[in-house]
Design a protein around this ligand. Structure first.
Ligand code: PLP
Length: 406
């Protein structure tokens, strides 16, 4: 057995398909985001502008978040020192869970080390606890939900993206008495579209199914207090389990679910991904606590971010760039070819100091490869104008088609 050859072939396949991933080596400039330094290439570090961060509201550099983390580091030290059950349950963890439960109007919440783990651990545990459970999963659900569903070992039915007629057809085909769970996202982060929450809840009520929503790209971003699309659309009370991340709009790291106290008790008691791992560092928890509290009271960051996303979409559309339809803060630009998407990203970074990663299969379907821009509250109109002009030049150079300028 030639192990090296097998590994070489695996990597070669990615190169051949143009989807070999290259990590860009950067340092963000504290207090000056989206400015950063890039250590890539020969004469670095050189200044760049970040266009693809999921620290959507720049909370990762907010003075309140930094101060809370510094204080926690000095007060209690670096790590939690254990699992939640054995030494790693600090008062900060308890306080953050109460804050998150309140954010979503639920009885309780439970922290995990990432959003990925929260989806995997919760979905796999819930479905295993419900004998004969069938999970109904939107076809564009995130890899972590798919992993959780697979790890539950239960039956899965995949419904076409946001297609309520198809979801109903699949629900109606099942035995009335079997436990059912509908798993979906609110904001689908690669396209920027939103699920019809109330229509899904109507079907869940009609067919007696539980509902599980991933609000990873919406918490902190939508709703008066940052409770996500379920808050904005007044649907949180109708959804059984709300999952979110602490690593995107809340700017730090970690994940959670919020639901009723009984379900939380079950997950914390049965989910290996929760039980057998060191809990989040209290330093991270303190930072998140500051971010969640701040975004419950302040809409300034959300409003500025939405305004900038609208401006960038308008500038790109006016320049004839193929902006994909998006109802949210995500600005996806269709390329439709993995090699070209990578080439555009390389040129933007090397020649224009603009950092945006290409998004290729399997994150998005083949043929829909794209660049995904996430302007934040601190990107200026001048930065957006510069970026748009650069994109038009690169589009022209690579002989890509521009739409009729609007
Ligand atoms: N759910 C969705 C829809 C995501 O896009 C992601 C990450 O990008 C996750 C879950 C995982 O969250 P985290 O980055 O906190 O692990």
């Amino acid at each position: 057995m030639n192990y090296d050859q097998i590994f070489d072939q695996a990597i070669d396949r990615l190169h051949e398909e143009g989807r070999y991933r290259v990590f860009i080596d950067i340092m963000r400039n504290k207090g000056a985001y989206p400015n950063a330094r890039c250590f890539h290439g020969h004469n670095g570090p050189k200044p760049i502008t970040v266009w693809c961060s999921n620290d959507y509201l720049a909370m990762g550099q907010h003075p309140k978040v930094i101060a809370a983390m510094e204080k926690a580091l000095h007060d209690v030290g670096a790590g939690s020192g254990g699992t939640r059950n054995i030494g790693g349950n600090t008062h900060l963890h308890v306080e953050l869970e109460a804050e998150l439960a309140d954010l979503h109007g639920k009885e309780a919440a439970l922290l995990f080390t990432s959003g990925y783990v929260s989806n995997d651990a919760t979905l796999s545990t819930l479905a295993r606890l419900l004998p004969g459970c069938v999970i109904f999963s939107d076809e564009l659900n995130h890899a972590s939900m798919i992993a959780g569903i697979r790890n539950s070992g239960c039956e899965k039915r995949v419904f076409r993206h946001n297609d309520m007629a198809h979801l109903e057809e699949l629900l109606a085909a099942e035995d009335e008495d079997c436990p059912k769970l509908i798993a979906f996202e609110s904001v689908y982060s690669m396209d920027g579209d939103v699920a019809p929450l109330h229509e899904i809840c109507d079907l869940a009520e009609k067919y007696n199914a539980l509902t599980y929503i991933d609000e990873v790209h919406a918490v902190g971003m939508y709703g008066e207090r940052g409770g996500g699309i379920s808050e904005r659309d007044d649907a949180a009370r109708r959804i059984d389990i709300i999952e979110g991340t602490l690593g995107k709009a809340f700017g730090v790291m970690g994940g959670y679910v919020a639901t009723n106290a009984k379900v939380i008790d079950c997950i914390r008691s049965y989910a290996p991904g929760f039980i057998f791992t060191t809990s989040l560092s209290p330093v991270l928890v303190a930072g998140v606590l500051a971010a969640v509290k701040h975004l419950k009271e302040s809409s300034e960051e959300r409003d500025a971010q939405q305004a900038n996303a609208a401006t960038l979409k308008a500038m790109m559309t006016e320049a004839g760039l193929p902006v994909m339809p998006s109802e949210t803060h995500i600005v996806p630009l269709l390329v439709g070819d993995p090699v070209k998407a990578k080439r555009i990203s390389d040129i933007l970074l090397a020649e224009y100091g603009a950092y945006v990663q290409p998004i290729n299969f399997p994150t998005v379907p083949r043929g829909t490869e794209r660049l995904r821009f996430t302007p934040g509250p601190m990107h200026t109109d001048a930065m957006m104008r510069e970026l748009t002009d650069a994109l038009v030049e690169v589009w022209d150079r690579l002989e890509l088609e521009l739409r009729q300028a609007a």
